[in-house]
Design a protein around this ligand. Structure first.
Ligand code: ADP
Ligand code: MG
Length: 717
């Protein structure tokens, strides 16, 4: 008898058959402990009672046979072709099996091995034959464990084949059972779950295929329940421990800013601002995620949030994921402030016009790895600006994540906005905390890619969520078209037509993976080619290897209307806001991710004139095709985010924030969504009534042990 907590501390190498090289391979695959091994559940089961005897097989059927290998050999009739042939039998008959260019089968299938083959029966020269069937090696000898009715197929890891893994799991299970259940019995009961020990037994070695469903259900619930408890405890603890500043949202800056806007706020913007101002009023810091479709008007909400802190005499910070975007936020924010009469007069020297002299002036600085600027004086030096930030003379700093993390000292940072755009990953929040001196700043995280509900319950599960679910009035849907390379002329015609009406265009160049240099070369080449295609139009080029000043100059010219067609790499992907740009052409669009495409499309249709997005692509994979189809079918970011998650799988999504232990082994947050919702409810309710899980110490220990390193981020973010 051993608890999961205990099993999570026993190295996998101590299981019989897994010492040495095999253990090392398992460790590399993330199976480090006995608990990990017990979570390595079979990828499928073969039901012997439903296996067909060779003697009664009909042609054309998809079937599974269980057979022994009588002989196997490979020949190489010509270069580039190998044919592996095996003869197999099951006592009722024998069968020829062939594989093409799968010579490894000869190593995989030794004579005498018992294997399950799944595929179609064909007739070849009068005899039944199977070609290229799927193979599961049940056992390389006559091992006793394979004689049960249901044969579990545990995924092979390195040298540890299916049979070997099955035996190792069996050994581990026998020594661990019974596995006690630390989940409160009423939760088990309420959710119709079977007990934990039975679940482990039946997921690995069921006596009936019907047992595997409830067994898996139980283990999935446990996995999600642990994750949600960690999130709930973290949120709770943060709320109890952190000290923040209570801000009054209504005030001279926010009032004046709203009055100065050339439009009125949308209902959604107003509602979200209510949610934010309620958070700001509390004396504990805000941790809020602001979700809003591309173009939904998050910037204004962010500025108002910052102003609420600034008008109380504190400082704000706005962080963007790229230099281009930081530069753009700086310009955008400075413009909005100036329009509202909140910008300091240009050239106003420091100290003559401090916040105390005129409460209606907001001093803004841009600070990135290579750029420094302010909204009140030209040519300020980095050192000076750093000094003004430290003395509190600058009210708002706009920069990249990297910069905020190093070397910048605030007098009193009270509100921070983190623009994550589509990057899932909130690690920066940690570093930000340390910038604040004696209080914890209020933090608003903005994301333009709608996060599927599944992720806001897991990855972002410790944050409060606000959503701008309405676009500003007058927006027209973006007309999205997909053309193949051979039809690209249609795209250039559209660009010419839009430019003729006084509008502007983006052309996004093919993605070059892993090499910014090659990407720049390709963008430069494309710029030259398009210069010929477009003849007298004014073209500009922007890419990641331009200096920050050159990038800013190109963007400035585009914004001013001096460039008709901006040829770009994905540096324009996020946040660029030039309402007069009405058409975007994306080349080799099938190679971009779905959220990236949606972001790119969001660069147009920001003004009253609508927008056109043309995707040029000839997909070579089903996923590529599916992405382009999805883009033309819907403009709904939430629908796209769900499709994206489905196509990419949760692993890659979690990858950016989670790694290792807390990666979900059994649960799939899309397919197990209902279980996720129930586990979250139960976990948050439990933690609300018993914040330290004092009544359930075993459960507390298990969450700690099973979440491993992840508990660190859970407890710092
Ligand atoms: P995003 O959410 O993508 O960051 P932005 O904040 O850049 O969106 O806003 C997109 C565009 O919509 C900007 O040009 C902005 O001026 C405009 N906008 C924002 N709010 C409103 C509103 N309430 N009414 C009309 N236009 C608005
Ligand atoms: Mg934005």
């Amino acid at each position: 008898m051993a608890t999961l907590t205990k099993l999570a501390s026993i190295p996998v190498e101590s299981v019989k058959g897994l010492s040495g090289r095999r253990g090392a391979a398992l460790r590399k695959a993330g199976i480090e402990t006995v608990s990990d091994l017990l979570h390595h559940v079979p990828r499928r089961y073969i039901d012997r009672s439903r296996v067909e005897p060779i003697g009664s097989l009909g042609v054309g059927e998809e079937i599974t046979v269980i057979v022994r290998v009588a002989s196997i050999s490979t020949r190489r009739p010509r270069r580039g072709l190998t044919i592996t042939e095996a003869r197999v039998s099951d006592g009722t008959g024998s069968l020829k099996v062939v594989w093409f260019n799968q010579a490894f089968r000869e190593r995989q299938l030794t004579v005498g091995a018992e294997v399950a083959l799944s595929g179609k029966i064909e007739r070849f020269r009068g005899s039944p034959q199977m070609s290229s069937p799927d193979v599961d090696v049940l056992s390389s000898d006559s091992e006793a464990l394979t004689t049960g009715r249901i044969v579990p197929i545990h995924g092979a890891v390195g040298d540890a084949g299916v049979g070997h893994m099955r035996r190792a799991v069996h050994n581990a299970l026998t020594r661990s059972r019974p596995i006690p259940d630390p989940v409160p019995p009423e939760i088990v009961k309420r959710n119709g779950l079977i007990d934990r020990d039975t679940a482990f037994g039946e997921i690995h070695f069921p006596e009936d295929p019907a047992q595997t469903g409830p067994a898996r259900q139980r283990l999935v619930f446990d996995e999600l329940f642990r994750l949600e408890i960690a999130l709930a405890v973290n949120k709770r603890r943060r709320e109890a421990e952190e000290r923040g500043i209570s801000h009054t949202f209504a005030g001279p800056l926010t009032d004046r800013f709203v009055a100065g806007l050339p439009y009125s706020l949308t209902g959604a913007q107003a509602r979200v601002l209510d949610e934010i101002s309620a958070d700001l009023a509390l004396d504990r810091p805000m941790h809020r995620l602001l979700q809003g479709e591309v173009g939904s008007g998050k910037t204004v909400v962010a500025v108002l949030t910052l102003l609420a802190g600034i008008q109380g005499g504190h400082q704000g910070a706005a962080m963007a994921p790229t230099e281009v975007l930081a530069g753009q936020h700086f310009l955008g924010i400075s413009d909005l402030l100036a329009q509202a009469g909140l910008g300091p007069p240009p050239g106003s020297p420091m100290g003559m016009d401090s916040l105390f002299d005129d409460p209606h002036h907001v001093r803004v600085a841009l600070l990135t790895g290579s750029q420094v600027a302010t909204n009140f004086t030209a040519g300020a030096k980095r050192g000076e600006v750093l000094g003004w930030i430290a003395s509190g003379d600058i009210d708002l700093v706009v920069g990249t994540h990297a910069l905020i993390q190093e070397g910048v000292h605030f007098r009193q940072l009270a509100v921070a906005v983190v623009d994550e755009q589509h990057r899932f990953g909130a690690l920066q929040r940690v570093a930000l905390k340390e910038k604040a001196t004696d209080v914890d700043p209020d933090v608003l995280i903005m994301t333009a890619t709608p996060i599927p509900r599944t992720l806001s319950m897991t990855l972002y599960g410790d944050l409060d969520v606000s959503q701008i679910d309405e676009l500003p009035p007058g927006r027209m849907a973006i007309d999205t078209r997909w053309v193949s390379r051979s039809g690209e002329a249609a795209a250039w015609d559209e660009v010419r037509a839009q430019v003729a009406q006084g509008h502007q265009a983006f052309v996004v160049c093919p993605l070059v993976e892993d090499s910014e240099k090659l990407e720049v070369a390709s963008a430069t080449g494309e710029f030259e080619r398009l210069s010929e295609v477009f003849g007298d139009l004014r073209l500009g080029l922007i890419h990641g290897q331009l200096s920050a000043a050159d990038k800013a100059a190109v963007m400035g010219a585009f914004r001013a209307g001096d460039i008709d067609v901006l040829v770009a790499t994905t540096v324009i992907e996020v946040g660029i806001d030039v309402p007069n740009a009405t058409v975007i052409v994306v080349e080799d669009a099938d190679r971009f991710g779905l959220s990236q495409l949606h972001q790119l499309r969001g660069r147009v249709g920001r003004g009253a004139a609508g927008g056109v997005c043309i995707l040029i692509g000839d997909p070579t994979t089903p996923e590529g095709e599916r992405r382009l189809e999805a883009m033309t079918a819907t403009g709904d970011g939430f629908a796209l985010a769900d499709i994206d998650l489905e196509l990419r799988g949760q692993g890659t999504v979690f990858g950016s924030r989670q790694s290792g232990k807390a990666d979900l082994r059994l649960a799939n947050i899309v397919k197990d969504f209902e279980t996720l919702v129930r586990a979250r409810d139960e976990a948050f309710t439990l933690v609300a009534s018993d914040p330290h899980l004092d009544r359930y110490p075993e459960l507390r220990e298990e969450v700690g042990a099973m979440m491993g390193d992840e508990v660190d981020w859970l407890f710092v973010s």
